[in-house]
Design a protein around this ligand. Structure first.
Ligand code: 13P
Length: 251
């Protein structure tokens, strides 16, 4: 973890959670104070819960975000949601380009870039996800894939406040598998280089999260890797105790 960058522990609830899940979020709000400011906390519930969570979190220590948005601010796009709508509800960030959206909805780097720009237009932080498949890793293409995804998905004008990059190896998501700390270090160092080349001094301060099977038992080790500035957590973010324990693992 880079000394100067405050870590971010972000929870991606994916398509999980009902009105009855507010209790779990309440427990997160209740436990956040005890972390003594170790990390910024963000929870991205499904769109159906953003309003409720943002209302509960007002003045709280946990920010609320969304998981996707349409590139446009409004219009004839049945079923889609605009970044401005999430802003209106009190969200502060939007995940864009998650591998599940790239795979399930065929999202291209160009579309992910438009979505990141939409988040910025609404005044929100874009959390842009990248990462290689197992096959790509096995064929030695990890850094090439990350390079291409970064070049295509990140808009110009990124800063340490409007952009977070999440490195999520597809094969590590929901599988219990994680790369070695050496592999994480290599990819995060590479991403840092791309960010500083393109965004100069801002690139040095943009947070790079690791995501993929982060849990309380491996969080401290992963968060201790150079250029790992926090985590994007799926399954383990659904339980307040696990989510808070991961944040407690930040150095
Ligand atoms: P898991 O933590 O469940 O592996 O999911 C990671 C992820 O996809 C977060 O966006």
């Amino acid at each position: 973890m880079s000394d100067a960058i405050r870590p971010l522990i972000a929870g991606n609830w994916k398509m999980n959670g009902l009105k009855s899940s507010t209790g779990e979020f309440e427990a997160m709000l209740g436990g956040a104070g005890a972390l003594s400011g170790k990390a910024d906390l963000l929870v991205c519930p499904p769109a159906t819960l953003v309003a409720a969570f943002a209302g509960m979190a007002r003045d709280g220590m946990v920010a609320v975000g969304a998981q996707d948005c349409h590139p446009k601010p409004s219009g004839a796009h049945t079923g889609d949601l605009a970044a401005e709508m999430f802003r209106d509800l009190g969200a502060t960030a939007i995940i864009v380009g998650h591998s599940e959206r790239r795979a399930d909805h065929g999202e291209s780097d160009a579309l992910v870039r438009q979505k990141a720009e939409a988040a910025w237009r609404a005044g929100l932080t874009a959390i842009v996800c990248i990462g290689e498949t197992r096959q790509q890793r096995d064929s030695g293409k990890t850094l090439d894939i990350c390079k291409t995804q970064l070049a295509g998905s990140l808009p110009d004008g990124a800063t340490s406040t409007n952009l977070v990059v999440a490195y999520e190896p597809v094969w590590a998501i929901g599988t219990g598998l994680t790369p070695t700390t050496g592999d994480v270090e290599e990819v995060h160092r590479f991403i840092r280089g791309v960010l500083t080349d393109r965004f100069k001094e801002e690139g040095d301060r943009i947070r790079i999260l690791y995501g993929g099977s982060v849990k309380p038992s491996n969080a401290a080790e992963l968060m201790g890797v150079a250029n790992v500035n926090g985590a994007l957590v799926g399954g383990a973010s659904l339980k307040a105790a696990d989510f808070l324990a991961i944040a407690a693992g930040c150095p």
